[in-house]
Ligand binder design. Sequence first.
Ligand code: AMP
Ligand code: MG
Length: 498
Amino acid sequence: MSSVPSQSQSQSQSLTLSHDFADALPALARPWSADPAPEPRLLVLNEQLAGELGLDAGFLRSPAGVDLLVGAALPDGAQPVAQAYAGHQFGGFSPRLGDGRALLLGELTAPDGSLRDLHLKGSGPTPFARGGDGLAAVGPMLREYVMSEAMHALGIPTTRSLAVVATGREVLRETALPGAVLVRTASSHLRVGSVEFARGTGDIAVLRSVVEYAIARHHPEAAAEEVPAPGLFRGVVRAQADLVARWMLVGFIHGVMNTDNMTLSGETIDYGPCAFLDAYDPATVYSSIDTGGRYAYGNQPYIAEWNLARLAEAMLPLFDDELERAVELAQGALAEFRPRFAQARAAGMRRKLGLVAGAGDAVSDDEVEALAGELHEMLERKRADYTSTFRSLSDAARGDAAGLEAALGGDPALTGWLGRWRAHDPDPEVMDAANPVYVPRNHLVEEALAAATEGNLEPLGWLTTVLSTPFTARSGAERYAEPAGPDFAAGYQTFCGT
Ligand code: AMP
Ligand code: MG
């Protein structure tokens, strides 16, 4: 053995995990540590993300690196905690949720200077487990990895996935499944539910400290205001309006938009029962527990607004000493949600239709809205595949409408629509950058996860590779762009917290 420290050893010694959250918000942080993993085995490592974080992929693949990834061997000074939060779940308030099976290991300072949470999911029961086993199975953790990285590649703000490590522990669900830990990063894990929890302590100082911490990390412009809390609220309203507009534009259904699953940063979080639309129908719901369709695709903007109203209620005492004035401020800020969402969605729809202002006459907002509306009516009537139909528009703009006709052909409105849209000279390059070829289609994700659970990681590798450049068609990857057969699509369901 050499006495010179290897690169791996030097990284482990130089890695620093700060404990900003634990220091700033002790009322929301329970010191805790990960359960040991009997036989940790790295299943996937996101080398690109490791690089962005200044982490050495070689080290992370080494036994010491894998020990770090399951929380077994942390750098000196790390203070892992389980985070407390509350939440409105399907409309009902739960005052005490929190990380039941997750841990914040600490924060990393990335080479770009940003602070990133390093967080584990499936690391054993915490004081917030409420009878749950604190564990996670390989399939669902790989699912979060695939979905979150696909969202990132689509340009949508999201928590990121650094790695999935099989623990060697069995997890009992309907059957015994192999257990895993997901290692994820986020600009923070502060949620609407974090503020609701702080309010629920009845201690205004705790509420104020959460708000100040969120401002410092996510909306620093609010700090300069005479009363900063409404500034934070406005920042969250805007970030969430923009985020949900982007979900809608790619056909993403979060599936469980409880207030504990909504960040203050505006990053998508907690990929449980989420899925992408295939056949276009605003009422689409995949989650097995969402029997009322509360979190259906088309409801998402309304639910986001509802969740933001819960955030405002939790923050009210910091808006103004006088309740009436506080409510007025909250309503004023919340009123920004609808126009902001509409504007973000309209700007995105303009790109999806290739109608950005070019050299010629600009197409009016009303005309874009009318064209988008008619197209969605056709999509719904034909139950056409959302992703591939939009992608076929660029070929149609180039003169080959075969794909579009295959999807919408026979619809009485199609010919008229095509003529009117083409008259605006839509730009296919703009469309190709806005309409993905590849999204994580439900049947492909399930196929890759089933293989991975059996020990074959190859389909997952292909899927993540194709999804990493979603706007570029690859030869040989045609099946990743195609919808599932009707048998699969009809009965598809997703599951929460598995
Ligand atoms: P989710 O539906 O994943 O957002 O989780 C809702 C709440 O249930 C959170 O407080 C989770 O920490 C908790 N939870 C989910 N699954 C488990 C589990 N297996 N063990 C303990 N807590 C869990
Ligand atoms: Mg959650």
